[in-house]
Design a protein around this ligand. Sequence first.
Ligand code: PGA
Length: 259
Amino acid sequence: MPRTLEIEGLELRIFPARNDAELAAADRLADLAGERARRGLSCVLGLATGKTPIGIYRELVRRHRARDFSFGNVETFNLDEYWPIDLKARGSFHRFMHEHLFDHVDIPRGKRHVPNGSVPAAEIPKQCRDYEDAISRAGGIDLQLLGIGRNGHIGFNEPGSDAASRTRLVELTEETVNDNRADFDDPSKMPTHALTMGIATILEARELLVLAFGAQKAGIVRDSLRGPISPRLPASFLRIGAKDRKVTVFLDEAAAAGV
Ligand code: PGA
């Protein structure tokens, strides 16, 4: 059983080990999608990439293969993607999602959305508007999965991002580039920009499930939850309006060491 704590309307669940948190997160996603399927409704999930959610996707794929769970009523929107990028390149979030989830489960074609990082510069504003419109047309995001970057970013909303920001092109910080460089075949060619849902886009989700694991996240988790709410630390914005929506933070003991 996890320990629980409440901070300004955010519910923290602190699990003995990462794997316990991953299974609990997979449970939450599957329960929500299943409950909506029983009522004949679609379920709109906001998805994340990076090391944090991999275990959740692994568990969902396992359940799907065991015929325990269908994504038949699920529509997904990923938080972000590098720009410019070849969608098939190692390091692209498009490829990541195919490898870790999309190729193994039954999310209907046309219902899996990742910002298109292969568009030319002139098409970026339209691409970003269309992404926001597609989320609205789907009825908004029921549950958004979120990791926290070591510099406090959520999606690719880097320090300095505005709480009112929407899906847009951003420049990545040096720290983020360094953290993710190894994902690329030629690290010197890692994109320095990205398309990301904005903070306002993220905060419109009806439920947020935030995850952070490992001692290397302990400092940023503490500062995000206990420090001032500020654009210098985008993850601190998760506390805005947290009392009015469901915001749950799943941590392992190592990431929770400072809270
Ligand atoms: P990570 O990244 O899951 O690879 O630690 C989290 C993030 O940058 O949002």
